[in-house]
Design a protein around this ligand. Structure first.
Ligand code: IPD
Ligand code: CA
Ligand code: CA
Length: 272
């Protein structure tokens, strides 16, 4: 689907998904073109800590998505990592991470994406994660399964935790990172290995595609997790917090069904 300036977009979940994928592709492509236009990427003033980077392309990609949404879905709320906070009246809310994996983007590593989700009264309806460097589009509408470039994907069938490949990530606050690193050091002897690839949204899509068996992280924001969580659960993965309660971005474990329960136990016994 390609949206023109004046095309209204209906509430139908696959119409919303079409809009999410279209805008994720446009914003991701804008960022990729920007990245390819410079050798050393300049960064703006850092955000939550000295290691929390932002570039002109994070801002430009968010602006592109927000401008389209304001025209096409003027009654919806819009929240973006780079400062967008628009209230809505429709019950629909869009969560945008224009570049998830900004550190990778700055260093010219491939694992970064544009992530866009739309929720209705707090429940995810559709999500799109576009990875420009590999030109991969992960997508899901609630109840409709998850796809990679239009083909249905499923999470892994792993059922032995000691053989599970587990992705995770670290926040930007040095004290939180230290406790997250402690947990990794305790967990790593009970699983196959750990991956820290640098984008929460892509990590969740890797769970969806069976490229890793599980992913966990704490202290994420809604824009990091909303699209990828829907994609992973639509691909059959089980999501929860670290106590087995409903999945939430503040504390998130998403795993293949065969390893979720045991990983939950391991996370509880290695609590920070
Ligand atoms: C970060 C990435 C990273 C995760 C951090 C996020 P950003 O988002 O998703 O993998 O570990 O918690 O903040 O800053 O690159 O958009
Ligand atoms: Ca992010
Ligand atoms: Ca970001």
């Amino acid at each position: 689907m390609t949206t023109g300036a004046n095309d209204a977009v209906s509430d139908q979940p696959f119409a919303l998904l079409g809009l999410a994928t279209d805008l994720a592709r446009r914003a991701g492509t804008l960022a990729l073109d920007g990245r390819r236009s410079v050798r050393d990427m300049a960064t703006g003033p850092t955000k939550s800590s000295a290691t929390d980077l932002v570039t002109e392309f994070d801002h430009a990609a968010e602006r592109l998505v927000v401008d389209h949404l304001r025209r096409l879905r003027p009654d919806d709320a819009v929240v973006g990592e780079e400062g967008t906070s628009v209230e809505g009246v429709s019950g629909y809310a869009w969560y945008i991470d224009p570049i998830d994996g900004t550190t990778n983007f700055v260093y010219d590593l491939p694992s970064w994406c544009t992530s866009i989700a739309v929720t209705l009264d707090g429940v995810a309806v559709a999500g799109a994660v576009y990875v420009p460097v590999t030109d991969e589009m992960f997508a899901a509408a609630a109840g409709g399964g998850a796809t990679l470039d239009g083909r249905i994907i499923r999470c892994s069938e792993r059922d032995e935790t000691r053989l599970a490949l587990v992705a995770t990530g670290f926040g930007y606050d040095a004290r939180i990172r230290a406790s997250q690193a402690d947990r990794v050091s305790r967990l790593i002897s009970s699983i196959r290995d750990i991956r820290r690839l640098g984008s929460a949204a892509i990590d969740l899509c890797h769970v969806a595609a069976g490229r890793v068996d599980a992913y966990y992280e704490e202290h994420l924001n809604a824009w990091d997790a909303a699209a990828g969580l829907l994609i992973a659960t639509e691909a059959g993965a089980v999501g929860s917090d670290f106590s087995g309660g409903p999945a939430r971005h503040e504390e998130l474990l998403v795993a293949a069904p065969g390893v979720h329960a045991e990983l939950l136990e391991l996370l509880a016994t290695t609590s920070c």
